[in-house]
Design a protein around this ligand. Structure first.
Ligand code: ATP
Ligand code: MG
Length: 625
């Protein structure tokens, strides 16, 4: 029978237990669960209660019989010019060795292991080794410096930290070990051991008794055979801190069985990947996209995955497509920000390689603007699928689910609610549910489906208060994103609720204004913020990076005219500043709160999650000129 989206979705909402019990068959169980869902204490949802399973078994061991000799992991570094390929059998052996290293150095089930590593194969071994023995990993993005790292060490209190002495970026060594040493110095909590993968890229100092050398430890464990630890479905698999766009990273805690089931199901219904195929996700293991779609999603689904250390531009802007050709990649996943980087390059780089294996390019992490979507679609001539989700949910909330029904796409929309998510648009002041063409907060009625966060690590009260108590009169999960839905039920994300501005009583999403500004031919990138205004309450201010910087004399006036004609004078920015860079997080998202602070002449506060801290100073100069 042919699936339709509407019946599939309906069933997931009306009969969640029946729906998810079916999906649960997609993974291996050591012991079946007794209860599909325990929702006795909302908003805490426990899925597959009473079952025993293991993530590493499902990602690696269970594929050995059928595809032991097939590729599981390709670790490519264009920085060190290395390509390492592991079959499922080889990955299994490495994960066993790593698991034995953890056990022999005192890491036990339930202990935390912090992973602070570049995009190398050992990082994948480390994550899988943790879940194999029931330890809880917390991967911290390698771009974070000591201060951010220290606060995460204090929050997660890891028994062990796994690191490398250095990563490489654009040909230069990026030091990890000294930053980690400093972080441990700063932190109140002291991990017992630091395991170091020495890549030979930089000198470093060893702390006797605490520091362990991975190569030495691995030598001792060459024949290791560590049985998987069968853990309860609800056993915590990992903690991951949100990327900090709004300033306060939260420790998102996830379970085991719900995560496994939700990810395999998403591989089937959203990503349409088949066992034996290859997925190339260009994110970093320090982000949720890396957890779900570099490591767990593809491996749980019996697919090969590519880990990539390097930029999209080195040795040239064709590198990604070269890898697609070489490894016959079927699915690719990246962020709009990376596509915008490619868009500035010579387009012939995109047509040099045979990318016929590629079916779909998935994009997520930030709004996909129409010019970017159109450009990449034309450039590679493949399906481009936007999907909207958060660290908190672990897998998409909004998407066109091609494995269910290949519905048409609409530019500017990540699509329709994904099965399992009871999505609502609510008025954030009255809590009232809104219909089509009304702007509101994207909210999800509980229970959240499997795979979503269980709680904030160590702080149930913060979880409830932050996510479930923000809308008056209702206990619903708030995404803190602002959206509108059309008559066909397609959602259009308008920005974060923090970014909604109120101009003379009109509520405007900064994203709407940005979308309008970016339709101007000479706009490469744009950010809009609202700043205080005595007369109107707030006014919009635009920051624009032009494509052609030699031709900007009329740009501000032209942009104002564009917004006037598309959205009306009420949305017209009071000023448009022409800048050379925008402040971004290390995950590539624009930090609007910092722009707003600078535009209002305030101190931007904690900007440690920002990629390049000098950008704000430059912007300050432009504003005060
Ligand atoms: P923090 O929560 O620490 O401030 P963050 O929200 O940037 O950081 P993530 O969980 O990585 O951390 O990002 C999720 C957010 O990214 C969403 O809430 C939304 O604002 C934005 N986002 C993700 N995908 C899309 C998309 N396809 N379209 C529009 N916005 C998106
Ligand atoms: Mg967030």
């Amino acid at each position: 029978m042919k699936l339709t989206y509407s019946s599939f979705y309906e069933r997931s909402i009306k009969d969640p237990e029946g729906f998810w019990a079916e999906q649960a068959n997609l993974i291996d169980w050591h012991k079946p669960y007794d209860q599909v869902l325990d929702y006795a204490k909302p908003p805490f949802a426990n899925w597959f209660v009473g079952g025993l399973t293991n993530l590493c078994h499902n990602a690696v061991d269970r594929h050995l019989a059928q595809r032991g000799a097939q590729t599981a992991l390709v670790a490519v570094s264009t920085e060190t010019d290395q390509e390492r390929v592991y079959t499922f059998k080889e990955l299994h052996a490495e994960v066993n060795r790593m698991a034995a290293i953890l056990l022999s150095n005192g890491v036990k089930k339930g202990d935390r292991v912090l992973i602070y590593m570049p995009m190398i194969a050992e990082a994948c071994f480390a994550m899988l080794a943790c879940v194999r023995i029931g330890a809880i990993h917390s991967v911290v993005f390698g771009g974070f410096a000591s201060h951010s790292l220290a606060s995460r060490i204090d929050d997660a209190t890891p028994t062990m930290v796994i690191t490398a002495e250095a990563g490489m970026r654009v040909g230069k060594a990026v030091l990890y070990k000294p930053l980690l040493d400093e972080a441990i110095q700063l932190a109140r909590f002291k991990p017992k051991h630091v395991l170091i993968v020495n890549r030979g890229l930089a000198d470093f100092v060893r702390v006797p008794g605490r520091d362990l050398d991975y190569a030495d430890e691995r030598q001792k464990q060459m024949n290791a055979n560590v049985p998987v630890e069968w853990v309860d479905s609800t056993h915590t698999s990992y903690i991951l801190y949100t990327s900090g766009t709004t300033g306060k990273p939260k420790g998102v805690q996830r379970d085991t069985a719900g995560l496994a089931v939700s990810l395999v199901a998403s591989m089937r219904y959203i990503f349409c990947g088949n066992p034996g195929e290859t997925m190339f996700t260009t994110s970093d293991i320090g982000w949720v996209v890396g957890h779900s779609y570099i490591i767990y999603g593809p491996l749980l689904n019996g697919m090969a995955t590519i880990m990539y250390e390097g930029t999209p531009l080195r040795p040239d802007a064709g590198i990604w497509w070269k890898l697609v050709e070489k490894y016959k990649v079927s699915l690719m996943f990246t962020a709009p920000t990376a596509v915008r980087v490619l868009k500035k390059q010579d387009p012939t780089f995109l047509s040099q390689y045979d990318i016929s294996s590629l079916r779909t390019l998935f994009l997520a992490g930030e709004p996909l603007d129409e010019p970017t979507a159109t450009w990449i679609h034309k450039a590679i001539d493949k399906k481009v699928v936007d999907n909207y989700w958060q660290t908190e949910t672990g897998w998409p909330i909004l998407a066109i689910q091609h494995g269910v029904e290949p519905m048409p796409h609409k530019f500017g929309s990540p699509g329709v609610p994904v099965y399992g998510y009871k999505m609502k648009l609510l008025n954030e002041i009255t809590g009232e549910e809104l219909g089509a063409n009304q702007k509101g907060v994207v909210a999800i009625e509980g229970p959240l489906p499997p795979g979503c966060m269980q709680t904030v690590w160590g702080d149930d009260a913060r979880y409830v208060k932050t996510y479930w108590n923000s809308i008056p009169g209702k206990m619903v999960y708030s995404t803190f994103d602002w959206a509108i839905k059309d008559d066909d039920g397609y959602f259009f994300i308008l920005g974060r609720t923090d970014d909604v501005i109120n101009v003379a009583g009109h509520r405007l999403g900064t994203r709407e204004i940005e979308e309008s500004i970016s339709s101007h031919a000479n706009v490469a990138e744009v950010a809009v913020v609202g700043i205080e205004d005595q007369l109107k309450g707030q006014v919009a201010i635009g920051f624009v990076i032009p494509k052609d910087a030699s031709n900007v004399i009329q740009l501000e006036a032209e942009i104002m005219k564009t917004v006037d004609s598309q959205l009306g004078a009420v949305a017209r920015p009071a000023r448009v500043y022409i800048v050379t860079a925008l402040p971004k997080t290390r995950s590539g998202k624009i930090v609007r709160r910092a722009l707003q602070a600078v535009a209002e002449g305030r101190d931007p506060g904690d900007i440690s999650t920002m990629e390049d801290q000098s950008v704000l100073a430059q912007i300050k100069t432009v504003i005060t000129k």
